[in-house]
Design a binder for this molecule. Sequence first.
Ligand code: F6P
Length: 373
Amino acid sequence: MSEAKRVGVLTGGGDAPGLNPAIKGLVYRASEFGIEVSGVYDGWRGLLDPAPEPPALDRERVRRWDRDGGTNLGSSRTNPFKSLTPDGERIDRSEEVAANVRRLGLDAVVAMGGEDTLGVAARLSEKGVRVVGVPKTIDKDLAGTDYTLGFDTALRNVTEVIERSRTPAGSHGWVQVIEVMGRHAGHLALWSGVAGQADLILIPEHPFRYEKVFRHLRERMGDPDAAVARDPERPRYSVIVVAEGAYAEDGELVTVDDRHDAFGHARLGGIGEVLARRVMAETPFDARSAALGHPQRGGPPSAIDRVMGMMFGARAAEAVAAGEFGMMVSARGIAPACELSLVEITTVLGKLNTVDVERHYDTERYHMKGIGM
Ligand code: F6P
């Protein structure tokens, strides 16, 4: 058993539904071990510049948090190993984080986040900070776990939009392109595309060919003049889901601008519009694009994210109580058929969990393998 009496909890990176349930699960289970939980605001930024008195999170305070989306602790993409100075220089301030953890009387830190936030936790762990990680990201791209908080809610949100995009597209007879988040992983695009029954799904793991996309559209929609004749047997529209990180064989990643964050990531976005324009220029079909953006991760957590969140948080409390530091909570399967364990937090460093193209992606049909689309 560990001697931990007080643990800090922070949430870093993009907000995701499931974080607040995870904080609740942590607080509730920790209280059974007599461990107090302090909230750290705004991810790692909150340990570089801590609030004078971090808020005590007790059972009463977090009782209703399971229903809340986002994160009630706030978040940031702060990287203490590459902190930005007013002169625009990046410097290593990780020692300050370690010192603040001691000064605040925190015996350990539970970090809830994705590749970047947990990557920082892994490196701090090597410096002697006692950490436990909880996996979170709508991208579901973290190594070492089958589930990351936020994925199921984002899947629900995106699927709803795909479904709703069908009526305008069908009424006007156009190609609707839906651009979905996920960074360099196509899980969210692929699963939402299948659930919403998109006709084509383009993912980062397999660069696509424009010619092939256009051929599929022609096969599905036929001659636009026939479409005007309203042949009831023939779909007049098509829905294409494109992951923000997808790119053409002869193209490149499309980004919002040239800037990079403290972890070296560019903001992806724009491939949907590029694709829609090319459809209009190179086929007889009209097209529209919608980039779903941040609302994909918005709204209350789904049932799965509530359950997985509370389970993850409770498992993190158990790890702290048992003195199992430098570890991340990991799921095999999804609730209720789910086994939780701990894996080394360094597992998240350097590799991503992306779509297994060989197993799950039909590179001819640009769809999920094995479901006949
Ligand atoms: O990692 C989660 C995510 O939503 C990605 O899917 C997306 O590329 C990125 O965050 C967007 O970053 P930001 O929230 O900083 O705009």
